[in-house]
Design a protein around this ligand. Structure first.
Ligand code: BG6
Length: 492
């Protein structure tokens, strides 16, 4: 079953309850509920669906709907049509106030769900939009309240969880095992929202639906791969979460490693969830643990008009949590042996962008070497955000009477090439949850392999209290990160 498509006529007919636990929070209001609305506008939800928000805030249905309405945008229908759709969508949203560990609250939720199907046999999605330390309590309470369907003839139940899934291999394993007592692996959808981004979804198409990249996608032709993620903003009030996890656990171990897996993996047997994830796991298992000598960690200091990390509200004065990290990983298999994969993630930087750059080797015995100002190599640049696009740098003759060569770029910019609305990552991912397609979600063994790459290094950083290098807010990160890249002949 290919990912991110429409529901079948049968799926459209099956009633669905979507329970958003932690519904009054930021993620729910900014991403989950707007994505559900966007799917509704595109007729991609079942005809009978009901959204139940569950959270601690004491708010009425009306208040909940007002909060949701503020985040809804009209991208898929005309203004008039969209207003009607908003009214209908909001009518289907209700709210249950409750405590996450209180049985009585879940009885209220049970009652609310029975409006959809008094027999309790409708399909159910539980979206846990709550801090991870609550996952288990909530999962167990849902099971205890008999809200989770495990067997036919009831409808199905699925659970959606957001990272961080633990903070190292051991805590992640424990979470997986305990959650597994309530939800089977096939019922569990671990979101990494980067996998839902349009350009990331295109990576497999680029590699496996085009012949021209296949022969050169290996150590013989590729010099290095770099995957860079930067953000201009700092903490934005997330000290409580961020200081506990840091940038390696927040972005590198998941978003960037997933991108690496998609670049490095072999072609799956078929375009199906199980096969895709098998290949990603295989690629990740070929990556040895990150070595300290290949890691630079940084923490932002004050910059023009901006406070440094240690002055941010809620951050302990002596925190050594990294807000920047640059690392070099290797994929030790026949395809990639010797090719460095440079990955970098930084907050409070000079730009906000995510991109993958594949640098090719020099042309051996290049007969045009003397005609080029400088010898540059081919570069395939895959720009995830902003300005989604793919470009290929080639050597080209400058028009004119001289044989003079320069770099030119073959450029596919999504904004100019496509008229279509680019869906938000959450739209694709939530649609896949409804369809039961796990292709773009992290399977348990993938998670293990990802933690194995970083766990020993993370422990060493913690145990030896490695102090991150300072870099100014709004700059390009610590100098040492540039030196690390230079060691591998790369400029970030
Ligand atoms: C989240 C991280 O997973 O991704 C945040 O927790 C980060 O720290 C965010 O800001 C970036 O996502 P996006 O989609 O805005 O690039």
């Amino acid at each position: 079953m290919p990912p991110t498509e429409s529901l079948s006529p049968l799926e459209r007919k099956q009633p669905l309850s979507i329970v958003v636990i932690g519904a009054s929070g930021d993620l729910s209001m900014r991403k989950i509920l707007p994505a559900l609305f966007a799917l509704y506008c595109q007729h991609r939800l079942p005809e009978q669906f009901h959204i139940v928000g569950f959270a601690r805030s004491d708010i009425s249905n009306e208040h909940f709907r007002d909060m949701i309405a503020k985040g809804l945008t009209c991208r898929y229908s005309s203004a008039d049509e969209c207003e009607k759709q908003k009214a209908e969508f909001l009518r289907r949203c209700t709210y249950v106030q409750g405590e996450y560990d209180d049985a009585e609250s879940y009885r209220k939720l049970h009652q609310e769900l029975s409006h959809m199907d008094p027999a309790g046999k409708e399909n159910r999605i539980f979206y846990l939009s709550i801090p991870p330390f609550l996952f288990l309590d909530v999962a167990r309470a849902l099971a205890k309240a008999d809200l989770v369907h495990r067997e036919q003839p009831s409808g199905w139940s699925r659970v959606v969880v957001e990272k961080p899934f633990g903070s190292d291999r051991a805590s992640s394993d424990e979470l997986t095992n305990e959650m597994g007592k309530v939800f089977d692996e096939v019922q569990t959808f671990r979101i990494d929202h980067y996998l839902g981004k349009e350009v990331i979804q295109n990576l497999m198409v680029l590699r496996f639906a085009n012949l021209i990249f296949d022969p050169v996608w290996n150590r013989r032709y590729i010099h290095s791969v770099s995957i860079s993620w930067t953000e201009q903003i700092g903490l934005e009030g997330r000290a409580g979460y961020f200081d506990k996890y840091g940038i390696i656990r927040d972005v590198m171990q998941n978003h960037l490693l997933q991108i690496l897996a998609l670049v490095a993996m072999e072609q799956p047997v078929a375009y199906e969830a199980g096969y895709i994830r098998d290949e990603k796991v295989k690629a990740l298992r070929c990556v040895p643990t990150l070595e300290m000598k290949n890691l630079v960690v940084g923490q932002y200091t004050a910059g023009p008009g901006q406070v440094g990390y240690l002055e941010e509200p809620g951050v302990p004065r002596h925190s050594i949590t990294p807000t920047f990290s640059a690392a070099v990983l290797h994929v030790q298999n026949r395809r990639w042996d010797g090719v460095p994969f440079l990955i970098r993630a930084g907050k409070a930087m000079n730009t906000s962008m995510t991109e993958i750059v594949i640098r090719f080797q020099n042309v051996p015995g290049n007969i045009f070497a003397k005609n080029m100002g400088h010898l540059s190599t081919n570069q395939l640049r895959i720009r995830v955000q902003p300005d989604a696009g793919i470009s290929l740098r080639i050597a080209n003759k400058e028009p004119g009477l001289r044989m003079s060569l320069n770099d030119s770029v073959l450029d596919l910019s999504y904004a100019s090439a496509f008229q279509e609305v680019i869906p938000d990552a959450y739209e694709s991912l939530i649609l896949d949850v409804v369809r039961g397609d796990g292709s773009l979600f992290i399977r348990g063994d993938e998670l293990e392999a990802a933690w194995d790459i970083f766990t020993p290094t993370l422990h060493e950083l913690d145990d030896t209290h490695v102090k991150p290098r300072g870099y100014a807010f709004g700059g390009t990160g610590p100098e040492a990160a540039h030196q690390l890249a230079a060691r591998y002949g790369v400029t970030w």
